[in-house]
Design a protein around this ligand. Structure first.
Ligand code: MTE
Ligand code: MOS
Length: 764
């Protein structure tokens, strides 16, 4: 990549940082409200499953300031918001399927009035049986979509030839997204029977399309605009549509601006989380500890409707063998329907859930065989030429180089010895360690979604406007887009404005997700900039009387032809181009080449490339109180040729801590009635600054990086989260060194309470 003066104090600064720390960054709730704006509040079901017998909101309607109360019957179009499968009503219609399901929408002049009205609504529900457990749902035939099987080789036969075979179960819990900005939308009516909606969404197209069919209008009547999100983490990929539809419906019917933003507790109880999984595994090894066969069945807790669960289920299968080369594999996955809010995308999108199970299986085998898990992990590590169970052949593999670099750089043998010595010397404090390799595929697994567009205008004063389909949610994509335009056009970043994401400027966007936002939108932007650049080069040659073949470069806003600096500034070049009536705007498009996947045979080449890395985690457990600390996470991560080291490092650090949170302290609890007990920040603990490992080292493994990655800088949004899985096994190992007979199943999160119970438990 060409180095240019970016005008933002060095190219590795996130352009959003200043706005965030000074409070100037704009989120949905910061948009100045228009006169006459109304406030909408969802009345949600207090029961998890049942038939609605009676709703009485006559008293609520009389509360002063209440304008209207909407229900399913007020929808002009379809009462349907399901993204993949049409199985999710916007408003409960006759039946409720989870606590927190929208039943009515109260629209009032003030938030207080809406709040008041909420309390006056009476609902009677005839209860139906409540299922919260995916295995139970499966037993009762409650599935959200067709089950899937990935198969390679013949496990049945292979197990016969294995020297060792182990079977067991593993579970991972849910995870609350806890984006700092809750869900929300602000809609207002425009001319020609149309709506403009500011939405805190990762998926503008989904919001636009859903509002359009709820209102029974064309997508062209709905303009969706997103400046940035105060975090999404997957939670605003599809679920943002609820709030956009609510605000949109009310604005449409009442012809008034309407804001719909839930409070934190409403957001927590109404939205789905990371899908919890329960799984069975069977692993077979030969005498040399080569894994010969692996079978697993995944029971995904999908919640009451499909949402993104079918796609998440698929990614669980794609990552079910993590970084290992296993000749015989059979993995079955069921998406189970339960009476919980529809669970949804969360950083890693099913990948972490799949990886946890193989890591548990390997750890189980290691414990039985009396070796360190890392011996089996390393022995079975994939390499170029390995075939994934889904048929793609591993290429550009950095799995072993990352692992070896960790071993060398952080001196694994001395860490092991230190831990052994420490554990010998201390009776009531124990240390543990683990290795966690990660291999994560980059691309939407639905091939169709791997496309993007960008729109670039150069105004005739030389300033530049950039629109893409990318949503900034803290991952730094706007900064990377700025780098793309500045580098390609050879100008200062100060000249460039990254516009909001808007459906009228960039249509049919894929959600900002799958870690692919930067690659897809960056390449589309590059395409747009290159189109304009070609036109500018022609004009430059013409102005300077140079041959058509002369090489033109614009660098630091100066034109060079055949290596010679010309008296032609950027501003002059732009003016001259405009005077010649040449187009200074361009629309770019990009579709990832090569990738394909055939679901009928579950084989193909779904990923543009894979991201690799390894984490070494060490922990200390206080064996009297059950509490623990993560001492260190040492990572070697394959970034390709990082285009922004600070942003990429930030993504790694944030992902790791979020992953540790999922594995250790974040515990979603629903009771048997399907009521969320961990429904506030007082009952749901996420990592804070004190939970960050005392040492967190991320070493940049420099690989060439694939062409499919923007500037050969690999996608980084999700993969680091999975390093957090290492914390589970490290803590478990520490507990076992205190009590070798501890009962500590492969069930995450491994909270201090569970650790305490395990420390003093005993296998019979
Ligand atoms: N980082 C921050 N700060 N905030 C977020 O919401 N979302 C994660 C990841 N990193 C997220 C984040 C998720 S779930 C994804 S898929 C990617 O960013 C999306 O952005 P990318 O495609 O540009 O990596
Ligand atoms: Mo990320 S879970 O793909 O939004």
């Amino acid at each position: 990549m060409i180095e240019t003066k970016t005008g933002i104090a060095g190219k590795d600064i996130n352009i959003d940082a200043a706005g965030h720390v000074t409070g100037r960054s704009i989120y949905v709730d910061d948009i100045p409200v228009m006169e006459g704006t109304l406030f909408a509040k969802i009345f949600d079901s207090p029961h998890a499953h049942g038939i609605i017998k009676h709703i009485d909101y006559s008293k609520a309607e009389t509360v002063e300031g209440v304008v209207s109360i909407f229900s399913a019957t007020d929808i002009p179009g379809r009462n349907e918001i399901g993204g993949i499968i049409a199985d999710e009503p916007l408003f409960a219609n006759g039946k409720v399927q989870f606590q927190g399901q929208p039943v009515l929408l109260i629209v009032a002049e003030t938030e207080d009035a809406a709040e008041e009205a909420f309390k006056e609504i009476k609902i009677e529900i005839d209860p139906l049986p409540i299922i919260t457990d995916p295995r139970e749902a499966f037993k009762q035939g409650q599935l959200l979509c067709r089950s899937r099987t990935f198969n390679k080789g013949d496990t049945k036969e292979a197990f016969q030839n294995c020297k060792y075979v182990f079977e067991g179960a593993a579970e991972t819990g849910g995870q609350e997204h806890l984006y700092l900005e809750t869900q929300g939308a602000y809609a207002y009516p425009m001319e020609s029977d149309s709506l403009k909606i500011y939405s805190s969404t990762q998926g503008l197209r989904h919001v636009q399309e859903t509002v359009a069919h709820v209102l029974n209008v064309g997508m062209n009547k709905i303009e969706v605009d997103t400046t940035r999100l105060g975090g999404g983490f997957g939670g605003k990929e599809d679920q943002a549509a609820v709030w956009a539809c609510m605000a949109g419906l009310a604005a449409w019917v009442l012809k008034k601006p309407v804001k719909c933003i839930p409070h934190r507790m409403e957001d927590m109880r109404m939205t789905g989380k990371r899908n919890p999984y329960k799984s069975n595994y069977k692993i077979g090894l030969d005498a040399e500890y080569r894994i010969i066969a692996y079978e697993t069945t995944f029971y995904q807790n999908g919640g009451a409707s499909a949402d993104l669960s079918p796609a998440i289920l698929e990614r669980t299968l794609f990552h079910g063998t993590n970084s290992y080369d296993i000749p015989h594999v059979n993995m079955i996955a069921h998406s189970c329907k339960t009476n919980l809010p529809p669970n949804t995308a969360f950083r890693g999108f099913g990948g972490p859930q799949g990886m946890f199970v193989i890591e548990a299986a390997i750890d189980h085998a290691a414990k039985e065989l009396g070796v360190d898990a890392n011996y089996i992990q390393r022995k079975n590590m994939m390499d170029n030429g390995t075939e994934f169970p889904y048929g793609q052949i591993v290429a550009g593999c950095e799995a072993k180089p990352c692992w070896e670099e960790v071993v060398k750089r952080y001196n694994i043998e001395s860490i092991k010895k230190e831990i052994d010595d420490f554990n010998k010397q201390n009776d009531f404090v124990k240390k543990g360690f683990s290795m966690m390799p990660v291999c994560f595929g980059i691309s939407f697994t639905n091939t169709m979604m791997n496309q993007a567009r960008a729109l670039v205008h150069i105004y005739w004063d030389g300033s530049v406007s950039v629109s893409t389909g990318a949503v900034e949610m803290g991952q730094g994509v706007n900064t990377k887009m700025l780098q793309v335009a500045a580098n390609c056009l050879g100008i200062s970043a100060a000249r460039i404005k990254i516009e909001t994401t808007n459906t009228t400027r960039v249509a049919n966007t894929s959600p900002s997700a799958a870690s692919s936002t930067t690659d897809l939108n960056g390449k589309a932007l590059l395409n747009a900039c290159e189109q304009i650049l070609e036109r500018l080069k022609k004009v430059a040659r013409n102005i300077c009387n140079e041959e058509e073949t002369a090489a033109v470069i614009i660098k630091d806003e100066i034109v060079f032809i055949n290596g010679v600096q010309k008296e032609l500034s950027w501003n002059e070049l732009i003016k001259q181009t405009f005077f010649r009536r040449i187009n200074l705007s361009a629309k770019g498009h990009y579709a990832t080449p090569v990738i394909h996947f055939d679901k009928t045979i579950e084989k193909g080449h779904p990923f543009a490339y894979h991201v690799y890395g390894t984490a070494l985690t060490t922990v200390t457990v206080d064996c009297i109180r059950g509490i623990y600390e993560i001492d260190a996470v040492h990572v070697v991560h394959d970034f390709g040729t990082s285009m922004n080291r600070n942003i990429d490092l930030g993504q790694c650090e944030g992902g790791i801590v979020q992953g540790i949170g999922w594995m250790t302290m974040e515990e979603i609890v629903y009771n048997e009635d399907g009521r969320l007990l961990s429904n506030a920040l007082s009952t749901y603990k996420i990592p804070d600054i004190y939970s960050v490992p005392a040492e967190l080292n991320v070493h940049f493994l420099h690989s060439d990086g694939p062409e499919a990655a923007l500037f050969k800088s690999k996608a980084v949004g999700e993969p680091p989260l999975m390093y957090g899985i290492g914390a589970f096994f490290a803590i478990r190992n520490a507990v076992l060194s205190f009590n070798p007979n501890a009962i500590l199943p492969y069930v995450s999160p491994i909270t201090p309470e569970k650790v305490l119970m395990a420390l003093y438990s005993k296998k019979l």
